[in-house]
Write a protein that binds this ligand. Structure first.
Ligand code: SF4
Ligand code: SF4
Length: 162
């Protein structure tokens, strides 16, 4: 009995002076892996135009049927994207999403990216349906999560403005 107690105390004291392996989340957050893919965003370029042209390729590629898009025509009076059309409605159902990244791979406009955010908590089911108000992100803020956003910026601008 005494031996067992001594063994237990030895084990306890052995760990008291060792470095902690746990992190006091949320006060402290560990950096995520460069390969981590979290919450999506839709890129809005410096000229105020959304990169998304409403082509729906991301929705077709999505294996979880998590993306819903309604496309509309741009006009000279109201232009939202550089293309002929834009996504008047763009929604992602985050409960359905499996974060596979196929939507990002399918996008011909480098408009949608999976970012580094992983805190998606919400108290309502509707709160997990992300619309453009939640998804749109300016290019500088987007580049902080995914620098690749900027890599193709010059190429995109020259394509649309030549
Ligand atoms: S990450 Fe995958 S499951 Fe989620 S919206 Fe994109 S394609 Fe669909
Ligand atoms: S995010 Fe990309 S693939 Fe999806 S509708 Fe917009 S332009 Fe097309």
């Amino acid at each position: 009995m005494i031996t067992a107690i001594m063994k237990g105390m030895y084990t306890t004291f052995k760990h008291i002076f060792r470095k902690e392996v746990t992190v006091p989340y949320p006060e402290e957050r560990l950096p995520v892996s460069p390969r981590f893919r979290g919450r999506h965003f839709l890129v809005v370029d410096d000229d105020g135009l959304e990169r998304c042209v409403g082509c729906e390729l991301c929705a077709v590629a999505c294996p979880a049927d998590a993306i819903y898009i309604e496309a509309a025509e741009n006009t000279d009076q109201a232009r939202h994207s550089p293309g002929e059309r834009y996504a008047s409605v763009y929604m992602i159902h985050m409960f359905r999403c499996i974060f596979c990244g196929y939507c990002e791979e399918a996008c011909p406009e480098d408009a949608i990216f999976l970012g580094k955010e992983y805190e998606l908590e919400c108290y309502t089911r509707d709160g997990f349906i992300y619309d453009k108000a939640k998804l749109n992100l300016n290019v500088q803020a987007a580049a902080k999560q995914r620098p690749e956003v900027l890599e193709r910026l010059e190429e995109d601008l020259s394509r649309y403005h030549r």
